[in-house]
Design a protein around this ligand. Structure first.
Ligand code: NAP
Length: 247
């Protein structure tokens, strides 16, 4: 098996599915996950169709990234494939919705946000680093501007994404054979974004597919490890719709 292989978490919808389809078009074989197996299977079929004409395989493994057994199954799939070139830690949770002030943040929901958005990506990265070191591969952690800006109500999610950003920063200093990128995709028209703005019309936000060229550039040009904003990686014409502050 000579194809490059990418593992994308949370690829059944939203940004993860768009990124996985973009990688398939670039010729990557994929390992993808999400909790809902039916949604994941239909995304896998769609991703295969997106790569029409490009020989590649999509392996879908349903499960929760916070579960050690599921993470081990993802790592086994990469080991069975014999290589891993890219890990995209995309699966995430907003935490409590509607977004509460930190003063009222339910502690259990805060713990879940940290578990999904920080602990799980670090733990999955630990399992996959040997393969990534061997291939001179890359880790792409999807973060948010809520990691660096103080938006009222975004304290739980923002704290978790800030922790993921600093973990990425340290990983980049430690793993010199591997690229480590942490990237803010900007506001996107997805289920999570709707959850953040319940009842609001979010149809002015761009579809996730619009930022895929930014991530394709990051990956294909193998830009240096560091923090990126999708809007800054897109050609100027493609950024016109990205005028709102991102989360
Ligand atoms: N949308 C935005 O405006 C925006 C802005 C900045 C950053 N982001 C970041 O972009 C990433 C993708 O967000 P999105 O907006 O595309 O969200 P989304 O539409 O809600 O999709 C989330 C994906 O992750 C999966 N997922 C969620 N929890 C999981 C878990 N515990 N284990 C495995 N899979 C899980 C979901 O499937 P299941 O529910 O079936 O598990 C789904 O496939 C997230 O990291 C988010 O924080 C989004």
């Amino acid at each position: 098996m000579n194809n490059r292989i990418a593992l994308v978490t949370g690829a059944s919808r939203g940004l993860g599915r768009a990124l996985a389809a973009g990688l398939a078009r670039e010729g990557y074989d994929l390992i993808i996950d999400a909790r809902n197996a039916a949604d994941l299977d239909s995304a896998a079929a769609e991703i295969s169709r997106a790569a029409a004409g490009v020989p590649g395989a999509v392996t879908a493994i349903a499960g929760d990234v916070t579960g050690p057994a599921h993470r081990a199954a993802l790592a086994r799939a990469a080991q069975d494939a014999g290589r891993l070139d890219l890990l995209v830690n995309n699966a995430g949770t907003l935490g409590a919705s509607p977004l509460p002030a930190l003063a009222d943040y339910p502690v259990d929901e805060l713990r879940t946000a940290l578990e999904v958005n920080v602990i799980a990506p670090i733990a999955l990265t630990q399992l996959l680093l040997p393969l990534l070191r061997a291939s001179g591969g890359a880790v792409l952690n999807i973060t948010s501007d809520a990691a660096v800006e103080a938006y009222a109500g975004w304290g739980g999610y923002g704290a978790a994404k800030a922790a993921l950003e600093q973990a990425s920063n340290v990983l980049a200093a430690e793993e010199l054979a591997v690229r480590v990128w942490w990237a803010d995709p900007g506001d996107l028209r997805t289920d999570m974004h709707q959850q953040a703005f319940p009842g609001e019309d979010i149809s002015d936000r761009p579809w996730p597919e619009t930022v895929v060229p930014a991530f394709t550039r990051l990956i294909t040009e193998r830009l240096p490890s560091g923090r990126y904003r999708a809007a800054h990686l897109l050609p100027p014409a493609a950024t016109g719709s990205q005028t709102r502050a991102a989360r």
